[in-house]
Write a protein that binds this ligand. Structure first.
Ligand code: ZN
Ligand code: ZN
Length: 270
């Protein structure tokens, strides 16, 4: 599997890609060409063109969850490319209206609009097999005592607003020769919950690595417990990005092999 970072908060010096507080990875695996999250703006298109990546022939688009820093870029993609027949894998709750402090922060489109643009919607509430080695996890069971405890804003259901615990939030796992490699969006469900579920589905105990948002900002009990968990359940390098603060990265680096991530980074996983 080859993964290229198309959108992230961080950009490298001397490489003139666009950064934004968002996330998008381009993944090639066998015959599949997958966009995992779409970023916030059209910077994904700008960056892909500059990298020589052709987004006109994607086979699947995966949305980790509905927040607009992961989904809003999709509307720029269908303005530019014909997405007819491209699979769109997402939890149904990724399409509901979401708000935080009075601002709409959910996907700026409905399921019907996606269908109108020719996308083939696939229900991501349960695990979805994308290729022989790639699996979308679907709804993540929340089993750890220290994660996913605080709702983030609200979502709309039948005209009323309900506290949003991001049940739509999921991840993708690559089942490689060397083991499991997890690809996350924001990890609102909890990075440890995601690792546990991926291991359960693949009937294994550890992941070889993780890339994506870990949603860790503060130096607190959750961070301590997460570091302890990762030491036991990961065997290779970690690539925390997007929604991981410098403080959290610094804390993790004392005990774990943490690598820097930026737009344009390529990762080949076996
Ligand atoms: Zn989010
Ligand atoms: Zn995010």
């Amino acid at each position: 599997m080859k993964l290229t970072v198309l959108s992230d908060n961080y950009t490298y010096i001397d490489r003139y890609f666009l950064g934004e507080p968002a996330l998008s990875f381009y993944i090639e695996e066998g015959d599949e060409r997958i966009l995992f999250d779409t970023g916030y703006s059209d910077s994904v298109i700008f960056n892909a063109e500059k990298m020589g990546i052709d987004l006109s022939n994607l086979t699947a688009i995966v949305l980790s969850h509905g927040h607009n820093d992961h989904t809003r870029g999709l509307s720029y993609l269908w303005d530019k490319y014909d997405l007819t027949g491209v699979k769109l894998i997402a939890h149904p709750l990724a399409f509901v209206k979401k708000r935080y402090l009075g601002e709409l922060i959910g996907a700026p489109f409905t399921r019907a609009e996606c269908e109108r643009h020719g996308l083939q919607l696939i229900d991501g509430s349960k695990p979805v097999r994308i290729s022989e080695r790639l699996l979308f996890l679907g709804g993540i069971p929340r089993v750890t005592s220290f994660e996913a405890k605080n709702p983030l804003g609200e979502y709309e259901s039948d005209g009323s607003w309900i506290k949003d615990d991001l049940q739509d939030d999921s991840a993708m796992v690559y089942e490689g020769e060397q083991g499991l490699f997890l690809i996350t969006g924001c990890s609102h469900s909890g990075i440890c919950n995601m690792i546990l579920y991926a291991c359960e589905l693949a009937k294994t105990e550890v992941t070889t690595g993780v890339i994506g948002g870990f949603h860790l900002m503060e130096e607190n009990e959750q961070l301590e417990q997460t570091v302890r968990f990762l030491k036991d359940h990961t065997s290779g390098k970690l690539y925390p990005c997007h929604c991981v603060s410098l403080k959290a990265k610094h804390h993790m680096m004392k005990e774990l092999p943490v690598e820097e991530v930026g737009v344009g980074m390529e990762l080949v996983i076996h």
